[in-house]
Ligand binder design. Structure first.
Ligand SMILES: *Cc1c(COP(=O)(O)O)cnc(C)c1O
Length: 233
């Protein structure tokens, strides 16, 4: 199947699952994850209706930025502080904020450009060593530090990457833990916080994530096929 057919299929599953999960039609945003994909492939996805794309490396955003049709860019991967300056004016949401140091740098660069940067805090609820993100217990402290010190950041929600399990039902507990945190901070009233987005679910587990409250799914393989990291982009 081609990119367009895959997107149609995922949108259908997304909408069916959303209804089962008690959500309104269109409430869950599909972000096409385009790492290792060429600008041609990305443009094909955009022509098929994709409005938001996610990249996990700064260099890939810079390489493709000018040759991709107008679209919202999401930074979904680990972000080094020294690279914030390259993407601050290019991405609409940074999903991967997991330290105060990174938040401070984003705040500084946003201030220089006189913008407010939207971010998500990345929570590693399964506490996997191999993944970035903070623990659920550390989330409150990071959010409070950002609110106190970073007026050019607006915290829009949380992001989570679940561990890989053969049966995606088995990761629902990790999504649920992040949803509970989300509900807690959604009640927080402060100019620097406006919780709207819960970014959870990838090709393998997005249905489980939607059932647990996700409203942003990040899907790569199911749209574009298996990634080949040796291929030139
Ligand atoms: C690669 C990636 C995805 C998409 O993974 P697929 O399994 O290809 O759908 C989602 N989120 C992040 C942070 C990623 O790096």
């Amino acid at each position: 199947m081609g990119i367009r057919e895959n997107i149609e299929e995922i949108n259908k599953i997304k909408e069916d699952t959303s209804i089962k999960a008690g959500k309104k039609p269109g409430e869950v945003l599909l972000i096409a994850v385009t790492k290792t994909r060429s600008s041609e492939e990305i443009n094909e996805a955009i022509e098929a209706g994709i409005t938001d794309i996610g990249e996990n490396k700064v260099q890939e955003i810079l390489d493709k930025y000018d040759s991709v049709k107008p679209v919202r860019w999401h930074m979904i991967g680990h972000l080094q502080t020294n690279k914030v300056k390259y993407i601050i004016d290019k991405v609409s949401l940074i999903h991967s904020v997991d330290s105060f140091r990174l938040a401070e740098e984003i705040n500084k660069r946003a201030e220089q450009r006189q913008i407010i940067m939207d971010i998500l805090v990345q929570v590693n609820s399964a506490q996997e060593e191999s993944k970035f993100g903070i623990t659920s217990a550390e989330t409150g402290e990071l959010i409070e530090s950002i609110l106190e010190n970073c007026p050019h950041i607006r915290i829009r929600g949380l992001m989570c990457i679940a561990p890989f399990e053969d049966n995606p039902e088995d990761v629902r507990i990790y999504f649920r833990e992040v949803k509970e945190l989300f509900d807690k901070y959604a009640k927080h009233s402060h100019a620097g916080i406006d919780f709207q987005y819960l970014s959870m679910g990838m090709s393998h587990d997005f249905e489980a994530a939607i059932h647990e409250g996700s409203n942003m799914i990040r899907v790569g393989t199911a749209i574009f096929g298996e990634r080949n990291y040796n291929k030139q982009i």
